[in-house]
Design a protein around this ligand. Structure first.
Ligand code: DAH
Length: 339
């Protein structure tokens, strides 16, 4: 009996030691300690052992089982460690590999142009303000010295919400809203969407954007207007840019002008960009009309000011030499991702 147990023990331990995976170890467990296992068989034979020897043999069987179980547990741990290490090795991440490309959106040409205007004018101390897109007739026309029967009001093809409310046709009403606040001096820039009932084509859209400028203080003169806008043109189109002011008419400014810049493409010699003239029209401007001041509660004898209105699309189309305004609104990513 003793020898038999010894043999079972040695053989089991040897098998355990030479097993190289957990499945094999399990097989051994079944073969030795299982219901029909070798050691179990020995236990079954206990009934043939003499009564006085039973405790001793029992103890021996137990020792054998414990020894085998301990060995098995030790091996199980070792194999589990090996298996885990192997798993980690297989799952290793090479952090030096290039990652998947992340696609980020592009800024719209209008956004880029607007940010450029902010950079220039905020740098000169202007504050950015906004006004409503749905606007009272009063702010859009009347307070800007465009009375009901004024031909300029006919010229503006306006979307009417009702008799008194329109979709603003210009950002100029923000001037009035700012003046009404009564906080002087004013140096403001008002960007925003405007609406006109135009047909869509390469140069027209029923909805586009303007950026309004307004400066009001004591002793502001046309020289301030010229100096400011000449500096703006240089910042936007380059140091060599020249400006030219042509007399014009706007009801809310007196005198009024349109400003041209020397063509940044040909330098003024004449090309396709400037249609051969060497000059490109860029904005409308003028000295704030005394009537506009009075209507907004500012004394025109004490304060003067200048205003300007820039078409944002005009700037982005010129800057990127885009020849069709519709491209700016279609949001075709093949177009947009160029910027
Ligand atoms: N509001 C004018 C327009 O839509 C543009 C404009 C011209 C704005 C002269 C001004 C200005 O502030 O002084 O055509």
């Amino acid at each position: 009996m003793k020898e038999k147990l010894q043999k079972i023990r040695e053989e089991a331990i040897e098998k355990i030691q030479s097993s190289d995976n957990l499945d094999k170890l399990n097989e051994i467990k079944v073969a030795v300690l299982g219901k029909k296992g070798e050691l179990t068989e020995v236990l079954k034979g206990m009934k043939d052992v003499a009564a006085e020897d039973r405790p001793k043999v029992g103890q021996l069987v137990n020792e054998t089982r414990v020894a085998i179980e301990e060995k098995m547990e030790e091996m199980r741990k070792r194999l589990a460690d090996v298996a885990r290490e192997q798993k980690l090795k297989n799952e290793v991440i090479d952090v030096t590999l290039p990652s998947k490309k992340n696609f980020v959106g592009h800024r719209h040409p209008n956004t880029i142009a607007l940010e450029e205007l902010y950079r220039i004018f905020v740098g000169m101390g202007y504050e950015v303000v906004e006004g409503p897109e749905v606007e009272y007739d009063y702010y859009n026309f009347e307070a800007l010295n465009i009375p009901a029967n004024h031909p300029a009001k006919d010229e503006q093809d306006t979307f009417y919400i009702n008799e008194n409310i329109v979709l603003r046709t210009q950002t100029s009403p923000v001037q009035v809203r700012e003046m009404e606040k009564g906080k002087l001096p004013i140096r403001m820039l008002a960007p925003g969407r405007v609406f006109r009932s135009d047909e869509v084509d390469a140069t027209h859209s029923p909805s586009f954007h303007q950026v309004e400028g307004l400066v009001i203080d004591k002793n502001i003169t046309f020289a301030d207007l010229k100096g400011t806008l000449a500096e703006f043109a240089k910042e936007l189109f380059g140091e060599d840019t020249k400006v030219k002011f042509r007399p014009h008419h706007f009801p809310f400014t007196e005198p009024s002008a349109e400003m041209d810049v020397s063509c940044f493409k040909c330098g003024g010699k004449g090309c396709r960009m400037c249609k051969g003239s060497g000059w490109i029209e860029i904005l409308g401007c003028g000295m704030v009309h005394p009537r506009v001041f009075t209507m907004s509660g500012i004394d025109p004898d004490e304060y003067t000011g200048f205003a300007f209105g820039i078409g944002l699309e005009r700037i982005s189309l010129l800057k990127y030499e885009i020849d069709d305004m519709r491209l700016l609104y279609e949001n075709d990513t093949r177009f947009l991702k160029q910027f």
